[in-house]
Write a protein that binds this ligand. Sequence first.
Ligand SMILES: [Zn+2]
Length: 306
Amino acid sequence: MDDLSAADSSVLSGKRVVLDPGHGGLFRGALGVKGLTEAEVNLGVALFLRGLLESRGVQVLMTRTDDRDYLTPADSTLRGDLTERMRRANAFRPDLFLSIHHNADARGAHDVNETQTYYKLGDQGPSLDAAQDVHRSLVRNLGIETQRLLPGNYFVLRNSAPPGILTEASYITDPDVEARLALAAKERLEAEALLIGLGHFFARRVPVVESFVASRARGGPADTIFDEIPAPFLAARIAGAFTTGLASGIASTIPDHAPLVAVRTALRRSMVRGAAPCAAACPVTRAASATVALGAAPDADRGQKR
Ligand SMILES: [Zn+2]
């Protein structure tokens, strides 16, 4: 087990996290061969994690703390249950949303086990950061060889206002896994692995946009009046951690706009972490208003600014 000091209070204190133990009440989730339900395992792990986080000064909201759903006489659908969970989650204004699940093999196999971590589809900024940190810790500490980090198009992730991730740490349909997950000590171990991942995520340095300029050509003199440049080359200097893979991936197709993507990512992260984007470190005061058009095509950019 990794040292829990990676998640000390200095990094975590004051953060706001929503823990969403998947399923509950009418919804049992995946089922082990001996009858252990995913709903109870998800809750067990989440309750341990809540304790670990709260003792480090984190404000935690759980979407449920017992075996319940959010069905009402007026709405008895799964969609209704999930909508109410996400209403509660978003109203808490968290820094991160974490949905805890355990998987089932769709074909009924009992020898399939894998660690999967999903990040909110389309957010290759903080959601991907969080997923990478949590996934690495789950893989290291649970030791399941097969593992994948994936974008997830799940209702709870799509509807999470803050960065969101969903973990499927293991397959409850594997009888060995089921036997382990029935033990409180193993649920706690998973909670500790999640805690360490969250500690790494919140320890990431907030990216700062140090400069953001438009020019008529790559490397040309800066021009802050974007409207007067027909196809501006936008460039940014960003200090801090951001996904270089994202910028370089985009750069291969639309090189001039790679910095734009990096700026957008950095701005999002800066805002997510509660820092003013472009505060003292950003000399271009129009950078903040330029976020309106970030990521759009050059023509659309100019249209929006007029
Ligand atoms: Zn589930």
